[in-house]
Design a protein around this ligand. Structure first.
Ligand SMILES: [Zn+2]
Length: 98
């Protein structure tokens, strides 16, 4: 468990991979992420924790941290992939979503 996570460090080294998301079913889009990150926060007892991560974990924490900021993969992809993803999502009724 990691409380109040922040990216303390991100590498200049970037990597692009197709990413999916449970919040956007059926959508895969290319997303560029830092290849290495250092993430810091506190654990359930309030003690500081720090993880140095490379791929694929570095990608996963950047994805999840984006969720905390209300940012989705379609906000991070190129314009064409974003348009295609939105076209794919639009015709499907999604219950309980906002
Ligand atoms: Zn997600």
């Amino acid at each position: 468990m990691l409380v109040n996570p922040v990216l303390a460090k991100v590498s200049k080294d970037m990597a692009t991979e197709e990413e999916g998301c449970l919040s956007l079913q059926g959508v895969l889009v290319p997303v560029e992420r830092a290849a290495e990150v250092v993430i810091e926060g506190v654990d359930a007892s309030g003690d500081p924790v720090r993880f140095e991560l490379d791929l694929p974990e570095a990608r996963i924490v950047q994805h999840e941290l984006d969720h905390l900021d209300g940012v989705l993969i379609i906000d991070r992809t190129d314009e064409e992939s974003r348009r295609n993803a939105l076209a794919r999502l639009r015709p499907q009724p999604v219950l309980g979503a906002r």
